[in-house]
Ligand binder design. Structure first.
Ligand code: PHE
Length: 360
């Protein structure tokens, strides 16, 4: 065995034991690079004796092509192995069912607020807002409820502690959304207007149909020629759209609120069958809201001239509307934050009813 045979053996061994493409490249450079062992031997062919050249030249050529061939073979092998290894690590089963994803639900109060706002927007009303901690003036006095007025007692008001050196009456948690009527009308350009006020209100009361915090929707329309018939039409139109009952019947029952004159409570025709409430037909009436023509004293409190302007106002419980429309029996459950309840009564955020897609 001569030196070329030795060399061939050693190259074959190192090629077969190479474990990366880098190793292979090093082996190639070592043998066949510009200054490689095989290259230098081949360079010496020219200066060889004739007999020696005849033996060694073909052997060297063979060695060179053998090394190239073996390196190529091994390269293919290593590349395949690399791919297989990656495949085994990056294993992904695209046929697996996806993980169950939990989608939240829209709370019925948010849902009903959206519906109500949408209906009144369609009728030309815009939204107004006011603070939940109110002064005595906005919550009562300006609405024609002076301190000695019995209506103050009816409201079960929460009072907010004032600082000990304060002489002014304590603030209150607003007992209704009506103070926003005042805040809106006293603004520059406040009248004429058509506004609705959705918002939280507070009264110290707690049973199946009362919670210390609940949601109201106030409505106020002031202009030069608005009458009770506009109030009637607006409320009928609203109830028809909200309850989606074409022949809904409302009853305007004479009532009293200090801030409206005349005042009317509005009932909706209904029936009770097997403890199930049905709206639109039957011999019973269910009260749904309070309303009336804005009292001249209220207009005066906002520096609006009652000889020039008049209008109507109404107030309804959003929670109560939600209970009626979606058959939810206990008001307290709205505020208990029980996800199982929300799962049952909540609305799918991607299939929200609207007046365009149908409300239910
Ligand atoms: N503020 C009244 C209440 O909370 C409702 C109401 C609003 C009545 C506007 C008439 C006009 O009971």
């Amino acid at each position: 065995m001569d030196d070329i045979d030795e060399m061939e053996k050693s190259y074959l061994v190192s090629i077969s034991s190479a474990s990366s493409l880098d190793d292979l490249e090093k082996i190639r450079v070592k043998g066949l690079g510009k200054k490689g062992e095989v290259t230098s031997l081949m360079k010496s062919i020219g200066s060889m004796e004739e007999t020696e050249r005849r033996v060694r030249a073909p052997k060297l050529n063979f060695l060179k092509s053998r090394i190239i061939k073996e390196i190529e073979k091994k390269k293919t092998l290593i590349t395949e192995e690399n791919i297989n290894e990656r495949i085994s690590k990056e294993w992904l089963d695209v046929s697996r069912p996806s993980r169950p994803s939990k989608m939240g639900k829209i709370h019925p109060i948010s849902q009903v607020t959206d519906e109500v706002v949408e209906i009144f927007s369609d009728l030309g009303f815009s939204i107004a807002e006011g603070p939940q901690v109110e002064s005595d003036w906005y919550n009562f006095d300006a609405l024609n409820i002076p301190p000695e007025h019995p209506a103050r007692q009816e409201f079960d008001t929460f009072y907010v502690n004032s600082s000990s050196d304060s002489e002014s009456p304590p603030h209150v948690l607003r007992t209704h959304t009506s103070p926003v009527q005042i805040r809106h009308m006293e603004k520059k350009g406040g009248v004429p207007c058509r506004i609705i006020v959705p918002g939280k209100v507070f009264r110290s009361d707690y049973d199946q149909t009362h919670t210390p915090m609940f949601n109201q929707l106030e409505g106020l329309a002031i202009d030069k020629d608005l009458t009770m018939s506009h109030l009637k039409w607006t409320l009928e139109e609203f109830c028809r759209a909200f309850f989606e009952i074409g022949d809904i019947e409302l009853r305007f029952r004479s009532s009293h609120f200090p801030f409206t004159e005349p005042s009317a409570e509005v009932d909706i025709r209904c029936s009770w069958e097997d403890n199930m409430l049905k709206l639109g037909q039957g011999d019973s009436w269910l009260e749904i809201l309070g309303s009336g023509m804005v009292h001249p004293k209220v207009l005066k409190a906002c520096n609006v001239d009652p000889n020039c302007y008049q209008g109507f106002a109404f107030g309804m419980g959003i929670d109560r509307l939600a209970m009626l429309k979606y058959g939810i029996p206990d008001l307290r459950s709205f505020f208990e934050g029980d996800v199982r309840w929300l799962e049952h009564y909540g609305f799918n955020p991607l299939e929200k009813p609207s007046i365009h897609s149908g409300l239910t």
